[in-house]
Design a protein around this ligand. Sequence first.
Ligand SMILES: *Cc1c(COP(=O)(O)O)cnc(C)c1O
Length: 390
Amino acid sequence: MKKFETNAIRTQAEQTENREHSVPVYLTSSFTFHDAEQMRAMFADEQEGNIYSRFTNPNTTEFVDKMCLLEGAEAGYATASGMAAIFASFMGLLKSGDHIVASSSIFGSTHTVITKFLPKWGIEHTYADVNKPETWEALIQKNTKMIFVETPSNPGLDLIDLQWLGNLANKHNVILNVDNCFATPFIQRPIEFGAHLVTHSGTKYLDGQGRVMGGIVVGKKELIKEIYTFCRSTGPALSPFNAWTLSKSLETLSIRMERHSQNALKLAGLLENHPEVLRVRYPFLLSHPQFEIAKKQMSMGGGIVSFEIKGGIASGRKFLDTLQMCSLTANLGDTRTIATHPASTTHAKLTEEERLAVGITPGLVRISVGLENIIDIVADIEQALNKFKV
Ligand SMILES: *Cc1c(COP(=O)(O)O)cnc(C)c1O
């Protein structure tokens, strides 16, 4: 078994007779068969091979194979976005009458899917308070089929003890589905702690350069088989070009995540001592209420820092307007540092009460710390904060 970095670089689609060193993009919608018999055998699943790019393609297969090695998963399917992966993981495995327990602290669109769409198909849900893990077991019902969580969560950076949750899921024979977007497999591998499925937005750190949309779900073979059957017929497939981009990006995931984490830790430490800042959240800060969990399941803190600025919603927005270098954009996990104000953007659809319950206070600012020199990142954020002094 090769090491993480080696797998991220050396997992490649088979070379063609051109002996290319870098895998080409397979921009083809379909693949030809030698004869009618091969065509029959492939459609009958008796023979493996590419048929149609909605099903598989050499570029998407390379990306999937690589992610499986990195996450320690048996199988996977790549989708056009992170939301498509999460949605497919629900639709492939849940049916009318089933119940899902979801962490209260999850991505805004995932919250919308669970709250607004799953009930249309008779799939019930209960939100579990991320800050009260002791209440979770009682929420598991006879018809509970899945537990869905995000750790660290977006944007509150709440953590969930994956070992504890893995044990709970296995005790009750429930599928544990973990959105591992913030940590990436370089920092945290949920399957090692008992997760059955791991979902990702490839759009974030997997690409890491803000270029392409993509997503993936990996996990137990028998579960992925159901998800694949759903996707093969409904068509949320990842494009070959985006798969190629994502697979290339994974070659540098380890060094990017190391630097993102280094920069973020430095910024978080400085913000903690700033007079205009009320509270800082970063998994590897001693002050994080779940620092012990962070150390247990993450190898470093990742690139996202959130902090509460004095003065509520007006200050949060003024802070964004005062930044000179950091980008205001609805993405994260980019080489460029990005600042957002969740209460007025990504989580604006939640009620004030729902937001507060997951730690999204009015003045909460989320920084996706990029790979620029940390001196320049800090300088931009400090000049913005210093404008608040009276
Ligand atoms: C962005 C994000 C998603 C959704 O991914 P898309 O690629 O934008 O569809 C899901 N979960 C988390 C934690 C995210 O940050």
